[in-house]
Design a protein around this ligand. Structure first.
Ligand code: PLP
Length: 409
C-alpha cells in the first residue's frame, strides 16, 4: 500500500493544484461532498457583496439594464455552455431541475404525438421519477422504468421520451450518453439527459451526441450555492417547436410589451417562467469564474486518479470491515464519486464528519464521497480513507449520538 508521500507526490505533479486557492474552504476540513453542495469561491463572495451594495443597493431597478440582470439567465448559460459542449445560445440558467424537467418533459412528449410510452431508469433520482410520473399522468401517457442495460429491449413503436441520468447519483455509474442518444433516436424517440452529477467534472459534448434536451444542477460540482438555479439545454432543431407549459412572462418574446397573449421567445429564453432570483443567479455566474482556463479533460484525468486512489486505499484498509465498493471499478464506467455500501452507513458518515471528513449517505446503506477535482487534493483522499479505516476499526460509529438524524443526510 502507498505511503502518504505517494499522495504528496501526486499533489506536487497535479496541474490543477492551484485551483484550490479559488475556493474558501474551512481550515482542517476534508470536503468530499461537493456533489451535494459545492463550496463557495472568493469571486462569488465578492460578486454577491457587489450585487447587494452597488447594484441592488445603489442602482436599484435600473440594474436590470445597467448591471446585466436582464441578460443573466442567458449570459450565464452562454458561459456554462462550453462545459457542456453546447452552443452558447442554447443554454438557459433557470429554476430548479424539478421545474425544468416538468417544462421539458411536457414539451418533449408533445413533440411525439401518438407515442405514449415515457421511459426512465429504475435507479433515477427521486425527483426525476416523480416528475415523469406526473407529466405522464397529465398527458395520459404511461411510464416504463427499466434498468439502463435493458433500455433497448423496451423500445417499441410507442416510444416517446426517454429521461435518464448521465451518472447514477447513488452508485456513481456513468452511462454512455452518445450511444444511448443514438439508440433512442433510432427508435424514433427523444432523450432528456440529467447532468446533475457530470456537469463540471468531465468533458461533455451535447452537440456531437445530438442530444435533444438536457437539464442539470447549479449547486453541485458547479458550486453555484445552496438552491442555485439549474440549467436547461435544448437542441437547435427543437427551438422553434418546443412549447413549455409554464408560460410565464419572462419566456415571452417581449415581456415589457405587457401583451395579453403569450408568444414565446424564439430562442432558449422561452424556457424562463417568472422573474429570476438575481442574487442566486449572480452567485452561480460568479462560480463559473473558477472554471476559467480549466481544461475539463485535465479535470477528468484528476477525478479518475482521485477515485482510483480512494478505491485502492479502501481495498487495502477497509475491506475486512464489511465495506463494499459499489462504484464501477472501470474508470470509464464511473462518474466522479466513490460509493461504498455498509449497513450502518448513516452512523459511519456522522462519525466521519466529527473527525473532519464530510461525505454523505443515501438510503438504505450507501456512503458517498464526491471527488471534485477543482479543490480536492490527493493527500485529502489519503487522510480521509485512513480516518474511515480508523472509524471502522475502533467502532466509534456505534456511539448513539451518531445515529441521530437531521433533515439532510
Ligand atoms: C441533485 C439532483 C436533482 C435536484 O433537483 P432540484 O429540483 O434542482 O432540487 C435532480 N436530479 C438529480 C439526478 C440530482 O442529482
Amino acid at each position: 500500500m502507498h505511503p502518504r508521500s505517494h499522495a504528496e507526490a501526486l499533489d506536487a505533479a497535479d496541474p490543477l493544484a492551484a485551483l484550490r486557492n479559488r475556493f474558501l474552504l474551512p481550515e482542517g476540513l476534508i470536503y468530499l461532498d461537493g456533489n451535494s453542495l459545492g463550496p463557495v469561491t472568493s469571486t462569488v463572495r465578492e460578486r454577491v457583496e457587489r450585487v447587494l451594495t452597488q447594484e441592488w443597493g445603489t442602482s436599484l431597478v435600473r440594474s436590470w439594464d445597467d448591471h446585466g440582470w436582464w441578460e443573466l439567465p442567458l449570459s450565464a448559460g452562454a458561459r456554462l455552455a462550453p462545459l457542456l459542449g453546447a452552443d452558447p445560445d442554447l443554454v438557459a440558467v433557470t429554476d430548479s431541475i424539478s421545474v425544468n424537467l416538468f417544462k421539458i418533459l411536457t414539451g418533449a412528449a408533445r413533440l411525439r404525438p401518438g407515442r405514449n410510452a415515457m421511459v426512465t431508469d429504475l435507479a433515477s433520482f427521486p425527483t426525476d421519477r416523480y416528475l415523469i410520473e406526473s407529466v405522464a399522468e397529465l398527458l395520459g401517457l404511461h411510464v416504463r422504468a427499466v434498468e439502463v442495460h435493458e433500455l433497448l429491449t423496451t423500445f417499441g413503436s410507442d416510444l416517446g421520451v426517454v429521461a435518464l441520468s448521465h451518472v447514477d447519483y447513488r452508485t456513481g455509474r456513468l452511462h454512455d450518453l452518445a450511444s444511448i442518444t443514438a439508440d433512442v433516436h433510432d427508435a424514433g424517440g427523444l432523450v432528456v439527459w440529467d447532468l446533475a452529477h457530470s456537469a463540471g467534472v468531465m468533458p461533455i459534448d451535447l452537440e456531437a451526441a445530438g442530444v435533444d434536451f438536457a437539464v442539470g444542477c447549479g449547486y453541485k460540482y458547479l458550486n453555484g450555492g445552496p438552491g442555485a438555479p439549474a440549467f436547461v439545454y435544448m437542441a437547435r432543431r427543437h427551438l422553434a417547436h418546443l412549447h413549455q407549459p409554464i408560460s410565464g412572462w419572462h419566456g415571452h418574446v417581449a415581456p415589457f410589451a405587457m401583451e395579453s397573449v403569450y408568444k414565446p421567445d424564439p430562442g432558449v429564453r422561452r424556457m424562463l417562467a417568472g422573474t429570476p432570483p438575481i442574487l442566486s443567479m449572480a452567485a452561480f455566474d460568479a462560480a463559473l469564474d473558477a472554471f476559467e482556463g480549466v481544461s475539463l479533460h485535465d479535470a477528468r484525468v484528476k477525478s479518475v486518479a482521485l477515485c482510483e486512489l480512494f478505491i485502492e486505499l479502501v481495498d487495502a484498509l477497509c475491506d475486512h470491515h464489511g465495506v463494499d465498493v459499489i462504484t464501477p471499478r472501470l474508470p470509464e464506467a464511473r462518474g466522479s464519486q466513490v460509493s461504498l455500501r455498509h449497513p450502518d452507513a448513516f452512523a459511519i458518515v456522522q462519525a466521519l464528519a466529527e473527525r473532519g471528513v464530510v461525505g454523505d449517505m443515501r438510503p438504505p446503506d450507501v456512503l458517498r464521497f464526491g471527488m471534485s477535482p477543482m479543490f480536492i487534493r490527493f493527500v485529502d483522499v489519503w487522510d480521509a480513507v485512513h480516518v474511515l479505516a480508523d472509524v471502522l476499526e475502533t467502532g466509534v460509529w456505534r456511539q448513539p449520538r451518531f445515529s441521530q438524524r437531521g433533515h439532510v443526510t
